[in-house]
Structure formats: C-alpha cells, structure tokens
Design a binder for this molecule. Structure first.
Ligand code: ASP
Length: 344
C-alpha cells in the first residue's frame, strides 16, 4: 500500500490559511467570560490570535467542521481564530506539528478518528496520542458514504461489490492517506467485500472528491460533511451510508445493512487537542468555547444539512474525549493488525 511521503508533505504543508472570525466580543459582554481569575497561567488568555490546525486539505470534511465552529468559538473567546491546513500522511503531519507547538493554548488541533489509528500504522510517528496532547472535547461524529464517479457502472452496493471483485486490478479507490477516515472505511469495504484494490492517496478528501467528480478515480468512502452537496446535486453516485440509521439529509440513501454489507459500519468522531502541558484553565476556556459553538443554532443547522450534529454537551469535555480516544486506540489497533496494514 502506498502512502503520501511525509517529507514531501512537510514541505508543502501550509496550504490554506483563513482568518475565520473577527467577532471579538467586547469586554463585559454578558456571559462571555468564564470567571477565570488572575494568578493562573491562563489568566490573560487569550490575548492574541488562536490557530486551529486542520491536518487535511482545505475544503474537505475536517476543514468544513472546523470552520463551522471556529467563528462562534472566536466570539466566545473574544479573539480571532485562524484555520490553517497542514496536510499530509493521513493527518499525521499536522498532528505532529501541534504536538511540538508551545503549550500555551494558541495552537489547537482539530483531528478525527485518525488520531486513534496512526500509532498502529506509522512506526515513527513523533507523537503519542495520549501523552503528547491534552484533550479539549469531542465535536461531532460524522457518517460516511460510499460514492463513485457518476458514470461508474454499478448501480447498487451489491453491484459495486461484484464489479470490484471482477475488476480488482483496474478499479481505483481514493482516500486521504494512510490512517485517514476514508482509508479506514475503504479498508473495511475491502475486508467486507473480500477484495484488494488499488488505492489512490490524496492529502484530503476535498481534492479526492474533485477528482471523483472529474472522473479521475472510480470510488471512495467519505464523510457526509464532504459528499452531501455532490450527492444531492447528482455529481457523484451514492450507494450507501455507513451508519445503522439512514441520514435525514439524504433520506433516499440506504444504510450499508439495507444495501447488503452489514459489516461496514463506521462514523468519524472529531475532537480538539492542545499540546501536553497546556495550563488547565486555558484548556477549560477552550472547552467552554467549544460548548458554546456546539450549542449555536447556526452550527446545529449547518451540521444537520451535512448529515451530522454536535456531540451532546457532556461529550464536549476533556474527560469524555480522552475516554473515547483510549477506547478507539484499542479498537483500531486490533482492526489494523488483523488487516496487516503498515506505512511503507
Ligand atoms: N478528514 C479528511 C479530510 O478532511 C478525510 C479523511 O479522513 O478521509 O480530508
């Protein structure tokens, strides 16, 4: 299995920078402060811009979710939030950069399920998920869809399985690099279908979807936060959603169970991280800002349109996030060991 070179990715890394919000709350704006007092390390925090690093391409699903919450978080914190895409190697380049950043709360990482898969896939990761970061809180859990270029022959999921089995050497499967959600879902698809396909890694599923619409690759598995628009517009062919229930925003799309592949179940949890050693009162301010963003009606509506929702408030906490990460590290280590996959 090929993967994007970490070295090449590292030199290409700063791909897109966007200032998300100038929504500085005025001092004294009711409820905008959290009561942290002087004398603690984060007492004056924040007094400059915060950067959220997205470890995948601009315009992809993780970028989309980050930009949704950045604005209300910035308003709550009374500062600007800059979203920066540091892509490469299934999200490990961006995560590695945040692990090395100053633990002062000004460099934050948005990452997803890939935080729990990378240790089983990469030998020289340069960070340890549980030791290199403080968890801030979970954000959302996103269903995935199996989508193909619109002129791809198979019409149903079962036809897709039959087609890829018969054409295993020819069919191309796009993903966002080893350990990305699309890679995992593709792995589960290949396991469920009993086939080994040619994979085409990108630095995010934003560009992968562009190529799928353009017909350069055959199919992929990707989050509804990226695929919903193109599915609704008929720009890609959709076979199934990978959750037990159908997604409200795509009511005609069957679940994998309905479509005949019940073993293919995955959804993509996201969380915010800061480097290990970040003062607890700073983490707490970020958690409060995250909770505020997730309760924002605009965010709820935007997520609903894309087939997802904010996590319940009790999961937007460092404790719930850490527990999820611990559980997922164990789950994926086993799946990946069974599949025998490693970075080259
Ligand atoms: N989250 C990735 C992205 O934003 C896609 C993936 O993990 O498959 O591009």
């Amino acid at each position: 299995m090929r993967t994007t070179s970490r070295y090449r990715a590292a030199v290409r890394m700063i791909a897109a920078i966007g200032v998300v919000s100038l929504a500085a709350a005025c001092a004294g704006n009711g409820g905008a402060t959290d009561g942290a007092t002087g004398g603690t390390a984060g007492g004056g925090y924040p007094d400059k811009n915060i950067t959220i690093i997205v470890p995948f391409s601009a315009g992809g699903p993780t970028d989309t979710v980050t930009r949704m919450i950045a604005e209300p978080m910035a308003a709550k914190l009374g500062t600007k939030i800059v979203v920066q895409n540091v892509e490469g190697a299934g999200g490990t380049v961006g995560a590695g950069e945040v692990a090395q950043a100053d633990p002062d709360g000004y460099t934050v990482l948005m990452h997803h399920i890939g935080m729990s898969t990378a240790p089983a896939l990469y030998q020289n990761l340069g960070y340890k998920p549980l030791e290199s970061f403080e968890t801030v809180g979970l954000v959302t859990e996103v269903p995935m869809t199996i989508v193909a270029r619109k002129d791809f022959e198979p019409k149903t999921l079962q036809e897709l399985v039959a087609h890829v089995k018969a054409n295993a050497g020819k069919v191309t499967l796009a993903n966002a690099g080893l350990g990305a959600a699309s890679h995992l879902c593709g792995l589960l698809f290949q396991t469920a279908a009993g086939v080994k396909l040619q994979e085409v890694p990108y630095e995010g599923t934003g560009p992968a979807l562009t190529d799928l619409v353009g017909g350069q690759v055959d199919f992929m598995c990707d989050q509804t936060t990226n695929t919903s628009g193109q599915i609704s517009a008929g720009e890609v062919k959709a076979y199934a959603v990978t959750t037990p229930e159908r997604v409200k925003s795509l009511p005609d799309l069957p679940t994998t169970t309905e479509a005949g592949l019940p073993g293919l179940q995955v959804s993509v949890w996201h969380g915010l991280y800061v480097p290990k050693g970040t003062p607890q009162d700073v983490v707490q301010k970020l958690t409060e800002a995250l909770k505020t963003a997730l309760a924002d009606q605009k965010v709820i509506d935007q997520m609903a349109k894309l087939g997802t929702a904010p996590v319940p408030a009790e999961d937007a906490t460092p404790q719930a996030h850490r527990a999820k990460l611990e559980e997922q590290l164990g789950t994926w280590a086993k799946v990946i060991a069974d599949a025998g996959v490693k970075a080259s």
